[in-house]
Design a protein around this ligand. Structure first.
Ligand SMILES: Nc1nc2c(c(=O)[nH]1)N[C@H]1C(S)=C(S)[C@@H](COP(=O)(O)O)O[C@H]1N2
Ligand SMILES: [Mo]
Length: 240
């Protein structure tokens, strides 16, 4: 799959260490590079990626499994709830079936992680976040939306304008299949135009807020406005 020179004939451990050293050195000069190395190192705590550092390897067009926590409890669709509250007129709690009963939208777009890997043309499908916000009735004074996850640790945020875009979904499907547990199922956020860290996995709560609250990685230096190619000091080619 991947024929980068360092991939041929160099043991994984050595490649990984060289990558860590390179990123560590870059981090002295550049904040975002340091944050990206933290992202990669913490990804390594996951069971699917025991070396943890596949995010440092050149793009191989594959998804990585990321979680900032250890194992995350599995939630069956029948037990799933998504709450919508905060500065809204009609707080709500949706079951998986409730979400399935709403209009579904499918988007096919490239996924781009801030550590460099990209997966081309990946379908996501689900309910527009805009529709859930409309149903809740956003109150005067609200400017942002905050997301909580049932892993108990990860958080994200969007401005209200970003949250109302039609390429932002509460996704029930990924690659035309139910979102798997590892990829944040039964329901994850999907923010097509931004780096993949905005796409919070294991979504459990949507809170409309007066101001933007930084998300998990944003407290470690990632940009809150995470447009692909125009943030985090990166110049990735546009996704389409
Ligand atoms: N709850 C939760 N959501 C998360 C993360 C995480 O660690 N926990 N990692 C983010 C990052 S940095 C990326 S690149 C993607 C990875 O999604 P994947 O595991 O489906 O490839 O999820 C994002 N959403
Ligand atoms: Mo990421």
């Amino acid at each position: 799959m991947n024929d980068e020179p360092e991939q041929r004939g160099t043991p994984v451990g050595r490649r990984v260490m060289l990558g860590v050293i390179a990123l560590g050195a870059a981090g002295v000069a550049a904040g975002p590079a340091l944050s990206r190395s933290v992202d990669s190192l913490l990804a390594g705590l996951s069971k699917q990626d025991p070396t943890g550092l596949t995010g440092l390897l050149p793009d191989s067009g594959q998804f990585r499994y990321y979680s900032v926590t250890g194992p995350v409890k599995s939630v069956a669709p029948a037990d799933y709830r998504l709450t919508v509250n905060g500065l809204v007129d009609r707080p709500a709690s949706y079951s998986f079936a409730d979400l399935q009963a709403l209009p579904q939208h499918r988007i096919v777009h490239d996924v781009q992680c801030v550590t460099g890997w990209r997966v081309p043309a990946t379908p996501f499908e689900g309910v527009r976040l805009a529709d859930l916000l409309e149903a809740a009735g956003v109150r005067q004074g609200a400017t942002a939306v905050h997301f909580d996850c049932f892993d108990g640790s990860y958080t994200e945020s969007l401005t209200l304008d970003q949250a109302r875009r039609d390429d932002v979904l509460v996704a029930l499907k990924m690659k035309d299949q139910p979102v798997t547990h590892d990829h944040g199922g039964p329901v994850r956020l999907y923010v097509a135009p931004m780096y993949f860290y905005k796409s919070a996995k294991w979504l459990s709560g949507i809170t409309v807020t007066p101001t933007v609250r930084k998300g998990y990685w944003e407290n470690y230096g990632y940009d809150t406005d995470a447009w692909v190619g125009k943030s985090n000091g990166r110049d990735d080619a546009p996704t389409s």
